[in-house]
Design a protein around this ligand. Structure first.
Ligand code: HEM
Length: 507
């Protein structure tokens, strides 16, 4: 009996070993992607990409790999990261649609309806749903809420002024995050959440996002047959993830309550705000039934935007300010531009978006901050469509995964110059800006471009010159670098600063 079991085990072990060796030989010598270089483990197992993703610094790993191997690097048996600027148009452009891979399934809420723009993988459904709300996110629509944004800037400023008086160290990334949350509260819920006024993490939303980002990112990176198992076990065994889901539920409920309240206020003529929520309620009232745009859709739109839009905007603002503090000459040049524009009346305070975008050096600094540290720091994976595709001279058959990481392609020396690793806003003034813009994918590209881009850009173009004009900021300890945590959103921490009010700032 014992001997019988032993031989059964031996047979099983031998079969698995033969299968494994066969799989490795196939992947390395006969697989359609076998000629693409990359780490040994990655050529036959997703374990490599999972381990590296868990570490949270994939952008550094990928930059080093592309330096070693060139434009194409095999990061999993069926998946290739591409750093060729020319590939951006092929993979993300409108000509032939490369659909999103199952990486995005981990980000989809468990419901039977439309899962939201970001995780949606059915391109037809996505474009129909997105068309309904596209206008709500246009720049002219966003700017109808400019006053609400200004009220957030004012609160932010008041707090910073206090810190300046107390000469205390300020955690920049915390406060920019609070600012971004409150702006989105104004746009999608009709009110600030209260992060800035109460000076705390309302509803534990920030903590929730911090816990969920690694879970969703790793859940999407493990082999797809393990995604559900991974997510369920994370929920079962991780207290912080369970707490985070509670906070998300709270946000969903808040979203429903806000929609109901606003509907009633509008019906009673008690409200004349032209924010995003109101515009979506109008679409619902005008043609909601005909186009199937329900309250539920509005709620998904609101709470998924909070998830997608607060951290990302804060990350961009942090990067711009951090790099300015590290580059005093650029900081001085920007201050001089902003001061001159205020003095000659071309820049109002509070800063008007339409005026700020006319400042060339401000624009250059913003581009450069988002180039060096894009808010999303992993490859955005897509499936090669029917008929295959040639990328960087290699013909990929249908169904394989390809993607570009903004944090890699935006360091391309051919496009951005030999000093691409440095913060040099002047490259946007002296260099080939058109070519550089084409290579910037910090907001994604093509039909899946960030829907909230205009919200973020208006926040950034308004807040950065405001800070530069009213305050002087410097790193508390310039010998220390920030810390970054790349779980899709590449969040920074430890950006501690001292703040001083400038004598000719706003009072
Ligand atoms: C600086 C700020 C932001 C950055 C850098 C950013 C970046 C991105 C990127 C790279 C994508 C494409 C992802 C992919 O293709 O896999 C994306 C999509 C998306 N973003 Fe943003 N985002 C920002 C702000 C926002 C804001 C404020 C909102 C909402 C209010 C938002 C909502 C979305 C949504 C819903 C999608 C999915 C769009 C679709 O597939 O149709 N984002 N974002």
């Amino acid at each position: 009996m014992f001997l019988g079991n032993l031989s059964l085990i031996q047979t099983a072990v031998t079969s698995v070993s033969i299968y494994a060796v066969g799989w490795i030989i196939y992947c390395r010598y006969f697989h359609p992607l076998c000629s693409i270089p990359g780490p040994f483990l990655a050529s036959f197992s997703r374990a490599w990409i999972v381990f590296k993703t868990v570490k949270g610094d994939m952008e550094h790993t990928q930059r080093a790999l592309h330096k070693k191997y060139g434009y194409l690097v095999r990061i999993a048996p069926n998946e290739v990261a591409c750093s060729d600027p020319e590939a951006v148009q092929t993979i993300y452009g409108t000509k032939t649609i490369f659909t999103k891979t199952d990486y995005y399934n981990a980000w989809a809420p468990p419901n039977n309806g439309y899962v939201g723009h970001f995780p949606a993988r059915d391109e037809k459904e996505h474009s129909e749903r997105r068309r309904i709300v596209n206008n709500v996110y246009s720049m002219s629509s966003v700017l109808e809420s400019e006053k609400a944004m200004d009220s957030c800037t004012q609160l932010f400023s008041e707090t910073m002024r206090e810190f300046a008086e107390q000469k205390s160290v300020v955690d920049l990334s915390l406060w920019t995050n609070m600012y971004a949350f409150d702006v989105l509260g104004e746009l999608f819920y009709g009110n600030k959440f209260g992060f800035l006024s109460e000076r705390k993490d309302i509803g534990n939303y920030m903590k929730a996002i911090d816990s969920l980002l690694p879970a969703f990112t790793i859940g999407g990176t493990v082999p797809s047959y393990l995604t559900k198992l991974y997510l369920v076990s994370t929920i079962l065994f991780s207290l912080s993830v369970r707490g985070a889901l509670g906070a998300v539920k709270h946000l969903e409920n808040a979203s429903e309550a806000a929609v109901k309240r606003r509907k009633q206020e509008i019906e009673e003529n008690k409200d004349d705000k032209r924010d995003m929520l109101r515009k979506m309620l109008e679409i619902h009232a005008d043609r909601g039934e005909k186009i199937n745009f329900t309250y539920q859709h509005i709620c998904v739109e609101s709470h998924s935007s909070i998830f997608a839009g607060a951290d990302t905007t804060a990350i961009a603002i942090n990067s711009i300010l951090y790099h300015l503090m590290r580059n005093p000459a650029a900081y001085e040049k920007l201050t001089a531009e902003v001061d001159a524009a205020v003095a000659d009346g071309t820049l109002s305070m509070p800063v008007a978006y339409v005026e700020a975008i006319k400042l060339p050096y401000l624009k250059a600094c913003i581009n450069e901050g988002m180039r060096l540290h894009p808010s999303v720091g992993l490859t955005m994976p897509r499936l090669v469509p029917a008929g295959g595709a040639t990328i960087s001279g290699f013909h990929f058959p249908q169904g394989y995964r390809v993607g570009v990481n903004a944090a890699v392609v935006q360091y391309d020396k051919d496009v951005f110059g030999p000093d691409a690793e440095k913060f040099n806003p002047d490259r946007w003034i002296e260099g080939d800006a058109m070519r550089m813009v084409k290579t910037m994918i910090q907001f994604g590209a093509g039909p899946r471009t960030c829907i909230g881009k205009n919200i973020s850009l208006s926040e950034i173009y308004k807040l950065v010159p405001h800070i530069v004009r009213v305050f002087h900021i410097r790193l508390a300890d310039p010998s220390k670098e920030w810390k970054t945590h790349n779980y899709w959103f590449n969040k920074q921490t430890d950006v501690y600063i001292y703040i001083k009010e400038r004598t000719y700032g706003l009072n």
